[in-house]
Design a binder for this molecule. Structure first.
Ligand code: SF4
Ligand code: SF4
Length: 359
């Protein structure tokens, strides 16, 4: 999407060193000199689980130093700001908006467009905003079957009249409107121009800290960059050295079916690990807990994560013949959910991509 050139110039104005990195990597508020206003920051969530909000809270005591260095002017998950507060702000008056979650409703679309207008920088924060995340697995189904399942068929539902939510309802003379539920799940960049991407489910504390330092120290890379390394998780994985020179597997096992060796490469053990197709930057959180990577940091630039992983598997699949191939394929119980768990909306699959009725 084309960006206004004036936006880049305005973004440069947030370079005032309101935060600086100390030896202990802690934030330090700027010394009190002239009454320079602190940069204004917003956090917003769309379709998400709340994990990205936890990642902000995970800054722990540093959150106090962040709030000393910036003004958080909108954070619906944690603070009681209203939409009107954002509407009242001048355009471009926010230094940065961190937006997590995928976009599926008219309310979310309206809010992210509002935040785009008010912000010099917009950061897609977390797997759902970057790639659609787990919510975009819903793109493999149509809207009607999702609503029917949720409101009529789910085992926990008691709904004898089969009532379904309506966009507009009138009851006792009062009318009630709820946001429109779109046909499909969108990434943030499908809806508004995005300046930077912070991947992960959720992004790690260290990635968020580095992003804050880069933003407030004016050390950001070119617009459109993913603020995480552009190499695969395998490159830094401490188990990589245990991979045989010629890795070959005949079938795939699931993690609960074996006692995984805590030091060997999961793939070498016949356990599906998405490390070869996943961007580095998480600090190998799962690997260190003896769990294979499920791919939450998404693909490297210019790759489709699922296709890349299937290609990697094709290169190490050893058995010959149709039966062996069928057995291998059957060992992946949920192929779409396995290879595209965090990114159907941004993938080659795309899902059911119908136009929104407006916007
Ligand atoms: S496949 Fe998984 S366990 Fe093996 S080196 Fe890559 S990230 Fe590490
Ligand atoms: S190991 Fe994979 S799934 Fe786990 S945090 Fe890292 S990128 Fe995400």
């Amino acid at each position: 999407m084309k960006r206004k050139s004036s936006r880049a110039a305005k973004a440069a104005k947030i370079s005032k060193p309101a935060l600086r990195r100390t030896k202990t990597r802690k934030y330090a508020p700027r010394a009190k000199t002239a009454a320079a206003p602190k940069p204004k920051v917003a956090f917003y969530w769309c379709s998400s689980c709340g994990g990205c909000e936890e990642a902000v809270v995970d800054l722990e005591e540093n959150i106090l130093e962040v709030t000393a260095a910036v003004d958080i002017v909108f954070w619906p998950c944690a603070l009681d700001f209203k939409t009107e507060d954002v509407r009242a702000l001048p355009d471009q008056s926010l230094a940065v908006a961190f937006i997590n979650g995928a976009v599926r409703t008219s309310e979310q679309e309206e809010m992210v467009k509002l935040l785009r207008a008010k912000s010099q920088l917009v950061i897609a924060f977390g797997a759902c905003a970057v790639q659609g995340g787990i919510p975009s697995l819903a793109n493999l189904k149509d809207k009607e079957s999702i609503i029917t399942r949720a409101y009529r068929e789910a085992e926990s539902v008691v709904n004898p009249k089969g009532t379904l939510p309506q966009e507009n309802t009138t009851l006792h003379g009062e009318s009630l409107t709820i946001p429109r539920f779109y046909e499909t799940v969108y990434t943030l960049a499908d809806v508004i121009p995005v300046d930077y991407y912070l991947p992960g489910c959720p992004p790690t504390r260290s990635l968020l800290e580095d992003a804050l330092h880069a933003i407030l120290g004016n050390r950001l890379p070119a617009r459109g960059a993913v603020l995480a390394p552009n190499h695969s998780l395998c490159k830094t994985c401490e188990r990589n050295a245990t991979k045989p020179d010629r890795l070959m597997i005949q079938d795939l096992k699931r993690i609960h079916q074996v006692a995984a060796d805590p030091e060997s490469c999961f793939l070498a053990q016949g356990l599906l690990c998405l490390g070869p197709a996943t961007r580095d930057g998480c600090g190998q959180a799962c690997i260190k807990a003896n769990m294979p990577c499920t791919g939450c940091f998404g693909p490297l630039s210019h790759f489709d994560q699922g296709a890349k992983m299937l290609s990697a598997l094709a290169g190490i699949f050893q058995a010959e013949g149709e039966t062996a191939a069928d057995h291998f394929a059957a060992s992946v119980v949920d192929p779409a959910g396995t290879f595209y768990r965090y990114g159907v909306a941004a993938s080659l699959l795309g899902g059911r991509r119908k136009e929104r009725s407006h916007g």
